[in-house]
Design a protein around this ligand. Structure first.
Ligand code: NI
Length: 139
């Protein structure tokens, strides 16, 4: 972590009155930590938008292994994009449903493309791509 710098922030009373209960519900103990996280979030979103360097993605997929050919299709897609897939974990949740978590690293656009292929496969019930960063530019 870098050196801490203190700076003053001016904002409208009403905005602060909404901010405090909001961050309290999220579990923040101080405004500083909440503001740090907000800044980091915007920086990561910026990296994704402007594709600065490699990005990271964590993709979750929930699907039924009983849908014909679906498991094979999801595996095929991953085999065709080996370069950006670091890891995948498959959990059999119950008799019918599977959870797969795929961790990707590479250009933001490619991560989004591969995640899109997996998420849009017919039979995937739920899924979400978490877009994050390699952390290099964040303190
Ligand atoms: Ni399974």
């Amino acid at each position: 972590m870098g050196k801490l710098v203190r700076f003053g922030v001016s904002l409208e009373e009403g905005l602060l009155a909404r901010f405090d209960p909001f961050i309290e519900r999220l579990g923040y103990k101080s405004r500083s930590e909440a503001i740090r996280d907000l800044i980091r979030e915007r920086l990561v979103a910026g990296e994704w938008k402007h594709e600065k360097g490699p990005a990271m993605g964590v993709l979750s997929l929930v699907y039924s292994h009983e849908v014909r050919e679906l498991s094979k299709k999801l595996t095929d897609i991953q085999h065709h994009h080996l370069g950006i897939i670091l890891s995948s974990t498959h959990i059999h949740m119950d008799e019918h449903n599977c959870l797969e978590v795929v961790i990707l690293k590479g250009p933001a656009r490619e991560i989004q493309e591969v995640a899109g292929l997996l998420l849009s496969a017919k039979g995937v019930k739920h899924g979400k791509l978490i877009t994050t960063t390699t952390g290099k530019h964040l303190d």
